[in-house]
Design a protein around this ligand. Structure first.
Ligand code: ATP
Ligand code: MN
Ligand code: MN
Length: 301
């Protein structure tokens, strides 16, 4: 029997049926990245973005005239995105029901770019059951000027504390200043329980090491410390999704990494939209296989 040839070429770019207008418009003027470049980035990255971005309520950071101009955060929409962007009705605190956005495929991703989107942020739950998070996130927000070494140390500490209570976690560079520690969950507990757990976990760290950590959002209390932002874990909150571009200087992207490689990385914006080939190769590498996946539930704390 003839052996199948080992594929050596880049994986095929998924077929996209969305027409992107103004492909030459500079979205990242400082990095020379156009709307067309960004659309191509998302089309190419779709196979590794969609496992995280598809089928969960998303919020978009839209900057139709480029990242240096007016940007806005969009949670819902009544239908201006066309057929490739779907809606899931979600009850708000005040009792009203709003059509939240979600996507299913590469067309959905690229349609959002066509509408001026740079960043995709996701709920911590899927449209299958928006009330039951499938992950918990500790978003490490360092005080202005705090070194990345301290952020890495904090992430590693959190990993170890989570491991002590039986939870596996994964690090992601935010593309900005911090690291997100991602704890995959089976969607069993509802939002209040997950928020409560994450808040108590963050507060315990803040109390054990008050010189390093705060669990309080106030910037005044952050002085020289890292805010362990557990508030990503409340119903309606979002966090930037893996491999998503950030509307920041240099066109950086949020990048999953392994705990081992994190030790040798010196910023949260190590990769950018120009690095799609490397990012794809990384995402499909043995080291990152299984990143963000674990069959676990929160223990009693
Ligand atoms: P960094 O590493 O620089 O902190 P980050 O993505 O963690 O990057 P944060 O400012 O810590 O950024 O997180 C803010 C979170 O709040 C984002 O993950 C996003 O989902 C959400 N967010 C951002 N802008 C808005 C907004 N205008 N309204 C509501 N939520 C927002
Ligand atoms: Mn952050
Ligand atoms: Mn934050």
């Amino acid at each position: 029997v003839a052996e199948k040839p080992v594929p050596v070429d880049d994986p095929p770019v998924p077929e996209v049926h969305v027409k992107v207008s103004n492909r030459d418009r500079l979205i990242f003027p400082d990095s020379d990245v156009t709307k067309g470049d960004l659309a191509d980035y998302y089309a190419r990255m779709a196979p590794v973005v969609l496992p995280w971005a598809a089928n969960r309520p998303i919020s978009l950071v839209r900057c139709p005239q480029g990242r240096a101009k007016r940007c806005f955060f969009q949670k819902h929409d009544a239908g201006t995105f066309g057929e490739h962007v779907k809606h899931v009705p979600i009850r708000e605190k005040d009792g009203s029901v709003e059509p939240y956005l979600y996507i299913e495929d590469a067309d959905g991703l690229v349609m959002c770019v066509q509408m001026g989107t740079i960043e995709f942020h996701g709920w911590g739950s899927t449209v299958a059951d928006v009330e039951k998070p499938d992950r918990m996130i500790f978003d490490l927000d360092p005080d202005e000027g705090l070194g990345f070494d301290l952020v890495k140390k904090a992430a590693e500490d959190i990993k170890n504390h989570l491991a002590e209570i039986g939870l596996v976690s994964f690090p992601m560079l935010s593309g900005g200043k911090g690291v997100h520690v991602v704890v995959p969950l089976k969607p069993e507990a509802e939002w209040p329980a997950v928020k409560d757990f994450s808040e108590r976990f963050a507060r315990a760290l803040g109390e054990a090491e008050p010189d390093r950590y705060v669990a309080n959002m106030s910037k005044a209390k952050r002085k020289g410390r890292i805010f362990i932002d557990y508030l990503r874990n409340q119903r309606g909150a979002t966090a930037v999704l893996p491999y998503v571009a950030r509307a920041r200087a240099g066109a950086p992207v949020a990048a999953p990494v392994t705990w081992t490689e994190l030790r040798d990385i010196d910023s949260a914006h190590r990769w950018g939209v120009r690095d799609s080939a490397e990012l794809l190769e990384r995402a499909n590498s043995r080291a990152l296989a299984g990143w963000g996946v674990a069959d676990q539930v929160l223990p009693d704390l």
